[in-house]
Design a binder for this molecule. Sequence first.
Ligand code: IPE
Ligand code: IPE
Ligand code: MG
Length: 231
Amino acid sequence: MRGDAETGLPRHVAVIMDGNGRWAQRRLLPRSAGHRAGMNRMLSLVDHMFQRGVQYVTLYALSTENLSRPKEELDGLYSLIRRYFAENTRKLKEKSVRLKVIGERALLPDDVRVLIEEGERETAEGERGVLLLAIAYGSRQELIRAVNRVKHNVVITEEDVSAALDTAGVPEPDLLIRTGKELRLSNFLLWQAAYAELYFSGKMFPDFTNRDLDKALEEFKNRHRRYGLVE
Ligand code: IPE
Ligand code: IPE
Ligand code: MG
């Protein structure tokens, strides 16, 4: 089943949280201020999505390519990620939300990796929803990892690849939202989003309100998903 047949809401929403840097630059603030504002926006948006009944939320927080940004920006992003885990693991556990990080965590600083592992362990029993954070994530790199896991199979099926991805066991996104005005996927969920409904917002991520999210959910309800068939 794709989406929620009763409510018409997407079961899984993926978000490319783009535009933090431009949000800050327009206010003559350092890019780090944009990332902080983006993080605050993200906290509220995630709560809102689970309250609305979305069961899986995937957030693109840091791409493989972003790892080549200047050290200063990257260090600021790692500090934010540290703070996120330190302050939110317990809250997610209380809300019964399971945390899952996708991406190549070996590329992250050791202490960040430890925090991620703790966060996943602490929230493992969560049953109300799943929050997937894409950190040091690139879809092509994920696909290469998956193919290497299944390459000894005589015949490789779609199911084999899906089950070897970082998102194994998670249903495909129904709705993929990108803020920040760009019309591209930037190496995000290339396999999983094969039939996702795409929604692009011109707003920079820190300006993307819960009401903006509701608008995207409403639009999703009115999309006709044909999956290549004739209606
Ligand atoms: C998205 O915002 C967050 C990350 C990539 C970490 P950007 O930092 O890409 O913001 P813009 O696109 O420069 O405005
Ligand atoms: C995509 O945004 C990655 C994240 C939002 C984490 P980018 O800002 O890195 O994408 P490009 O560079 O515009 O393609
Ligand atoms: Mg960007």
